[in-house]
Design a protein around this ligand. Sequence first.
Ligand SMILES: [Zn+2]
Length: 401
Amino acid sequence: MPATVSQAEFDRLWNQVEPIGRAASGGYRRFAWTQPDLALREWFAAACAERGLDLTVDRAGNQWAWWGNPDDAGPGVAIGSHLDSVPDGGAFDGPLGVVSSLLVVDMLRREGVSPARPLAVVNFTDEEGARFGVACGGSRLLTGALAAQRALALRDDDGASLAEALRAAGRDPEELAADPAAVGRVGCFVELHVEQGRGLVDLGRPVAVGTAIWGHGRWRFELPGEANHAGTTRLADRRDPTLAYATLVLRARDLAERHGVLATCGKVRIDPNGVNAIPSLVTGWLDARGDDDAAVQAMVADFAQAVAGFGGTLAEESWTDRTPFDTGLTNRLHAALDQAPYLPTGAGHDAGILANAGLPTAMLFVRNPSGVSHSPAEYAEPADCLAGVQALARVVAGLVG
Ligand SMILES: [Zn+2]
């Protein structure tokens, strides 16, 4: 496909998204069903309308913009990503895939291509799980991997349930459900995403083809203590759960090294959270992942034992098996993109959830010069972003026929 995309075209769309939900830190706070998220959903709907795409929202709240009718013409090709962010996340994680996908539609139109198969651009809801604690909530709900009843009861840090958040956003929580009809419209899914590591820097290439997502999960552990006065309680008389927490953070690191996996304690809640009060409860979260599911599970089992040793409890919030992408589709992308290198990833994606649901799925990664992600420092060079759009366009042109 000879069409190209210009920097000006990329910037025009990118600059529309960039200010939405940006915090004073320079990072983004685009949490599911909050004001910035709703503004992004509106922006997406308007950008799709501008392109003559037909917007539908599935029962899980994901937005699909179709070129062609999959109910008449049969399952189509879906591209896209997500627009929400982690707390103080970067600009590229999610939006790069959505913006690139809209630009691919523009390129195909300009070329006069009329797709033989329908094409959709999708904005998945609540990919990061930053607000309600379950990553890829939109795609998990869509495919039935997360039950609506369980999802509706999830609460954010302010105590609001997903059901209440949906109502506040003008949606009917009763509607929330798996949506096999929406899944049935998708013949295959290709997600373009900024790389969240330095694989492409080492390879000296702008774009890679994803091979698999590591097995990954989240666990919550609670360490009870006894609230008391910081000035009058003797050290020997204290039941201070932060000591156990500190020990467990070190233990997680040690166990991760021993089992050859990654483990992170990135979130903690201390009650009552007063400078002069001995805490009554510490709630910690463990994120663990690796290329070998059994190794990750063994690490978590050892960690659970350590938690129990401090009188605490550990509960699984989510787990996703190692997910290989579709071999046929992946090889096709590799061939279409001048033998683009293959890369696995330790980051979870909606593409992994759809792959687990049995859909042929693939990913493209765009080089990230520092490898930093989930941070305001996340970046991709303009030329690499254009190379990503170009690669996605080539792939889509081949898939829609
Ligand atoms: Zn992402």
